[in-house]
Design a protein. Structure first.
Length: 279
């Protein structure tokens, strides 16, 4: 059987699976987002974090699923970086949304939603994505994502909206200043990843009415602007993929129930489903 290398990459981390005669080897590297990383930076990640874990295997096919890959220039970046080390390997470059759809639906139909550092959604017909509602990224959109929820936490903190209890908990956890927050959001790279880091505060303070409101409002925005836009949402299961979806799946299940939608399943990472898909 051909030796396959499967990658599922977000902005924060990239999971790799070396699939050799049904034997699996899992590898974790930094995330590869071609919007923020140059070809040279991608090559460096591959050289220092991936290659030492592959041994001398001759890779036949690389399936690379990642964020930012609906852009042809970004696809070219990934292809060039992979070609630098895997000159003979066939490349299959797809978006992270295709990864999510194949992982949860396999050959079935469904609405597929990503709620991780960013957010996205689509209607998958069992073979391909036939409808996709633009997420607009973390500045204009990404409703329900880690970046979106983190931005709300920051806003509550900086506007003094948090009550005294939550403000004290925030200060104890993050030990930061308003100036440092503004600096990271507006002048430092990977602002989306930085803001998404604040979602841990939500998970650690469940039950507080302000925390529950932030979650319900953020996910309601996602349902309203995205899930509602697919007429298939009322006839097919709704699947969720990503760390944020997995962490707060109870809220998503309740919202699907209240909107009379069929909650399908939720997974933190697509990798297990992708391995099954490519076997």
């Amino acid at each position: 059987m051909p030796i396959q290398l499967i990658a599922d990459s977000g902005s924060t981390k990239c999971e790799w699976c070396l699939l050799d005669n049904n034997k699996k080897k899992m590898i974790l590297t930094k995330g590869i987002n071609p919007y923020f990383a140059s070809v040279e930076e991608i090559i460096q990640i591959l050289e220092t974090e991936l290659l030492p874990n592959l041994g001398k295997k001759e890779i036949d096919t690389i399936h690379f699923y990642g964020t930012g890959l609906s852009n042809i220039n970004n696809i070219a970046k990934i292809k060039k970086a992979l070609k630098h080390f895997f000159k003979k390997a066939k490349q299959n470059i797809q978006t992270d949304l295709v990864a999510a759809a194949r992982a949860v639906c396999l050959k079935e139909k469904g609405i597929v939603c990503i709620l991780g550092t960013g957010s996205n959604s689509c209607y998958y017909n069992g073979k391909t994505i036939v409808k996709n509602h633009a997420s607009l990224g973390y500045i204009l959109g990404d409703e329900g994502s880690g970046a979106y929820l983190g931005k709300t936490i920051i806003r509550y903190y900086l506007y003094n909206t948090f009550d005294e209890d939550l403000r004290s908990r925030f200060d104890a956890k993050f030990v930061t200043t308003p100036h440092e927050i503004i600096e990271n959001v507006y002048t430092q790279p990977m602002a989306n990843r930085y803001m998404a880091g604040f979602t841990h505060f939500l998970a650690e303070n469940r039950g507080h009415y302000m925390i529950e409101n932030i979650l319900e409002d953020g996910f309601s925005e996602f349902f309203y602007h995205h899930i509602y836009k697919y007429r298939e949402s009322w006839t097919h299961p709704i699947y969720f993929v990503g760390g944020v979806a997995f962490a707060f799946q109870d809220v998503l299940k309740e919202m699907c129930s209240s909107f009379e939608l069929d909650f399908g399943s939720v997974i933190a990472s697509p990798m297990k489903g992708l391995i099954q898909y490519h076997k």
